[in-house]
Design a protein around this ligand. Structure first.
Ligand SMILES: Cc1ncc(COP(=O)(O)O)c(C=O)c1O
Length: 478
């Protein structure tokens, strides 16, 4: 018998739930293998799996092309001798060669550990980016480069949970990294509900109510999590709401964890991203704030390179030193990801050789995302038993489905929630993989699913969704 068994391990690991890579995604991966191993005899009613379950733009099947500039810089920083071999051949634009040489001079070989906090040269560039974005000073000392935003979020949550009664206010629906990290580190989720009837807006009043309820239950609220633009909702916070949330956090001694990884993904002309950092400074608030950003989203979509950062605002020196100590245990974030962050915060400038192509590529990706989001929302809204808030930001839609009693009963018989039952049937019939709403949290009794708007060939894919939905509703009509 094995000396390692589940019952002898940290029980919190078994309790962690992460639906984005859960039951549906695991089944979809099996279908991929089945299709590959038996191309002519797979016996499935579809010949490809469409992964719309995760915001992973370059994933096979979605095929968002990488932006050329960061990849060229990555190529030359991987193998600096390449720059010398191809110089004058017109393979790499001059500004790419210059950038790669500068990075090599400043940070040395990417095969070496950098400073634990991330290379100081890149942190300074991040600080300049934040200053230009917000119009307020930023310091490289307060910036920590990370292996994706997830690593920073998990670190912050583990630091804030000081007792089993520690809780974090989290939006519902939420990106399940938050509930998963809370479970792993033994903290409690204090849910505040976003309002679907007003485009998934955040009401500071509902945050206050959640806070009061938690206190009455003996929970000690430590932080307020905000995801802006939202995942899975795509909603974008207004200046008024952000200022109210800052005030609320200040008055209640909360740290704000502002997940701003979708800050570049705004696709409604009326929506505008405003950072929490800018408004904390504008309000002259002493509230401690951690702001997260990533190279996984935006238009770069470099999820696999694992790059991101967080900036601490209004943090005392001893707490910064504690964070530094903890991240130094992990030695340093991946250098490839750090270089990705540098390219994100220092894209080609107008007039530079790489600018025209960079502009063309980034504009095309923004445009495609905006068009697909609009089209999918319109088509979903035209279906019986579906309502879908058109999302102004991020990469997703979170449609609500109104199931018949019969569908709910059948789901129960199958031992599934109705939205999981629906999502499994969708996958089995069409190869389209979505994530059931219960993975993100939703008002009890409601049902949703999340899909990304990243899929090329959107007409074909929406057509399949529509056909499936009509068939499902007819099959389970009351
Ligand atoms: C809201 C939100 N925060 C953080 C992350 C994690 O991103 P990263 O790849 O940078 O770890 C994601 C990924 O989907 C996300 O949606």
């Amino acid at each position: 018998m094995s000396s390692i068994k589940l019952t002898s391990l940290n029980p919190r690991f078994s309790e962690v739930q992460y639906a984005v890579r859960g039951e549906l995604a695991i089944k979809a991966e099996k279908y991929v293998v089945q299709l590959k191993d038996h191309p002519t005899s797979h016996g499935l009613p579809f010949d490809k799996v469409v992964f719309t379950n995760i915001g992973n733009p370059q994933q096979r099947g979605l095929d968002q092309e990488p932006i050329t500039f960061p990849r060229q810089v990555a190529a030359l920083t991987e193998w600096p001798a390449l720059a010398e071999k191809v110089i004058g051949l017109g393979v790499f634009p001059d500004d790419v060669v210059e950038r790669a040489r500068e990075l090599e001079k400043e940070i040395g070989s990417i095969g070496a550990y950098s400073q634990s906090q991330g290379a100081s040269f890149i942190r300074k560039n991040v600080a300049k980016f934040i200053e230009e974005r917000d119009g307020y000073p930023a310091s490289a000392d307060n910036i920590f480069l990370t292996g994706g935003a997830s690593a920073g979020v998990s670190l912050m949550i583990s630091m804030l949970i000081s007792s089993p009664k520690s809780g974090l206010l989290i939006p519902i629906p939420q990106y399940p990294l938050y509930t998963a990290s809370l479970t792993q580190h033994g903290g409690l989720a204090i849910p505040y509900y976003l309002d679907e009837s007003s485009a998934w807006s955040t009401s500071p009043q509902s945050v206050r109510a959640a806070l009061e309820k938690a206190r009455n239950e003996g929970i000690e609220p430590k932080a307020l999590v905000v995801i802006n633009p939202g995942n899975p909702t795509g909603s974008v916070l207004t200046k008024e709401v952000i200022l109210e949330l800052i005030d609320l956090a200040e008055k209640n001694n909360l740290v704000i964890l502002a997940d701003e990884v979708y800050q570049a993904n705004i696709h409604h002309p009326t929506a505008q991203f405003i950072s929490f950092k800018k408004l904390v400074r504008e309000a002259n608030s002493p509230v401690p704030l951690v702001s997260f950003h990533s190279i996984s989203k935006g238009v770069t979509g470099e999820c696999g390179r694992r790059g991101g950062y967080f900036e601490c605002t209004n943090f005392p020196e001893d707490v910064l030193a504690l964070i530094y100590k903890m991240i130094s245990v992990g030695l340093c974030p991946p250098l490839g990801g750090q270089i990705g962050v540098d390219c994100m915060v220092r894209p080609p400038k107008p007039g530079s050789p790489s600018y025209p192509l960079w502009k063309k590529e980034t504009d095309a990706t923004h445009k495609a995302l905006a068009e697909r989001t609009k089209l999918i929302a319109e088509r979903l809204n035209a279906l019986p038993g579906v309502s879908c808030v058109d999302s102004p930001g991020a990469l997703y839609l979170f449609p609500r489905i109104y199931f018949t009693k019969k569908a709910v009963e059948k789901a129960k018989e199958a031992g599934k929630t109705p939205d999981t039952f629906y999502a499994l049937a969708l996958l089995d019939e069409t190869g389209i993989c979505v994530v059931p709403g219960d993975g993100f949290g939703q008002v009890e009794g409601q049902n949703h699913y999340r899909l990304t708007c990243l899929c090329a060939g959107v007409e074909e894919y929406v057509g399949k969704l529509e056909k499936f939905h009509r068939g499902f509703m007819a099959k389970y009509a009351d």
